[in-house]
Ligand binder design. Structure first.
Ligand SMILES: *Cc1c(COP(=O)(O)O)cnc(C)c1O
Length: 366
């Protein structure tokens, strides 16, 4: 798929750094608002706030986990400078409606394609509907290349503005690169679906004691240094290789999801809705369950990989930390409801037949 070549043009330290530079190139700054969906991760508001703007959250649809176009009117204001549209788990947002509303209001769309490398909407690949799109390559994303992100610019003038800034970015410091590279090697060596819970516990522990690169920077006043960095060079090479074999990922994901969606038939589990006119290539396969904490506990005991995110409307923030990123509790009821019920299953090429069967029986025996 040659389309993926464009993904390697502008490579940043992380996905959020790519988003930050897109927003800056759009002229987003102090006093502006950027609309994004709730049921996202802190990386997104982190980039918006680093650009000096205020994130404003739009609620989602409960069965697709993507932005609810009907809720957009209420959150767009005269200060809205950009709209970030996330294709959650690979499910495309309702782009016909979203694009129409954004056009009417004259607001540029930036697509968050961190979960969606291959999905199409109305025959068009996601990532081509807005002025720009961004991607992430850390673990849990379709292509894993350590840590890193990409910006794709669909607008010529935006592209030349990013090009200029990009040429002046720094390479990550050596020690930092080494630490992240070791982390990646550890992940490659130890992680497989059946060891998910153990590896996760180990990584959390190493993160807490400061040995590992955490996923979440503390929110401060200053723009974190990461926002001036390019992707680690050895990860750029991994990414090129990942991109070259991307079609294998797509095919594998579709096969695994076919099994999950036919095999899991428990009345206690809700499957996602595939929007009309879309081909969905999932990055993980989401399910809604009624008693999430007990299902998670059981999965941990039985060694079945289920991810819990997003467990909060701006994962993993809770309480006062949510307010720091301008999320008002109660403002996005669908997102909050889904956080309490969602789990997701892996679909990557390391997921074998045994893992698939185990996950299917696990859910059918709930
Ligand atoms: C992973 C992710 C990001 C940011 O990725 P980083 O590379 O960690 O900065 C942004 N949005 C979504 C939806 C993501 O899943």
């Amino acid at each position: 798929m040659s389309v993926h070549r464009v993904i390697t043009d502008f490579l940043f330290f992380r996905g959020r750094v790519a988003l930050y530079h897109i927003l800056r190139a759009l002229g987003v700054g102090r006093g502006d608002e950027v609309v994004t969906q709730a049921f996202t991760c802190v990386a997104v508001p982190e980039a918006i706030m680093a650009a000096g703007a205020v994130p404003v959250y739009c609620d989602v649809e409960k069965d697709t986990f993507t932005l609810d176009p009907a809720a957009l009117d209420d959150v767009i204001s005269s200060r809205t400078k950009a709209l970030i549209v996330q294709h959650t788990f690979g499910i495309p947002a309702d782009m016909a409606k979203v694009v129409r509303i954004a056009r009417e209001k004259g607001i540029p769309i930036v697509e968050d394609c961190c979960h969606a490398l291959f999905s199409t909407y109305g025959g068009e690949r996601v990532g081509t509907f807005g002025v720009a799109a961004f991607y992430s390559f850390e673990w849990g994303k379709p292509i894993v290349a350590g840590i890193g992100g990409a910006a794709v610019l669909n607008d010529e003038s935006l592209r030349s503005r990013v090009e200029e800034v990009y040429s002046r970015l720094d390479e990550p410091p050596l020690l930092r690169s080494l630490k992240v590279r070791l982390q990646y090697i550890g992940f490659k060596l130890f992680y497989k679906p059946s060891l998910y819970w153990r590896v996760k516990a180990l990584f959390h522990f190493l993160g807490r004691v400061g040995v590992l690169e955490g996923n979440y920077n503390p929110m401060g006043e200053e723009v974190p240094k990461d926002f001036g960095l390019k992707m680690i060079p050895s990860f750029r090479r991994l990414l090129s290789r990942g991109v070259a074999s991307a079609d294998r990922l797509r095919v594998h994901s579709m096969e695994v999801v076919e099994h999950y969606s036919r095999g899991i038939s428990s009345a206690r589990v809700r499957h996602p809705r595939v929007p009309d006119n879309c081909e969905v290539v999932y990055s993980r396969y989401p399910l809604l369950v009624e008693d999430k904490p007990s299902v998670v506990e059981r999965a941990r005991r039985e060694g079945v990989e289920v991810a819990e995110w997003y467990a909060t409307p701006v994962h993993p923030l809770r309480g006062a930390d949510l307010e720091k990123v301008h999320y008002r509790p109660g403002s996005c009821p669908n997102a909050e409801d889904v956080c309490g019920r969602v789990l997701s299953l892996p679909v990557h090429t390391g997921v074998g037949d045994g893992d698939v069967c185990k996950a299917i029986s696990f859910f059918n025996e709930l």
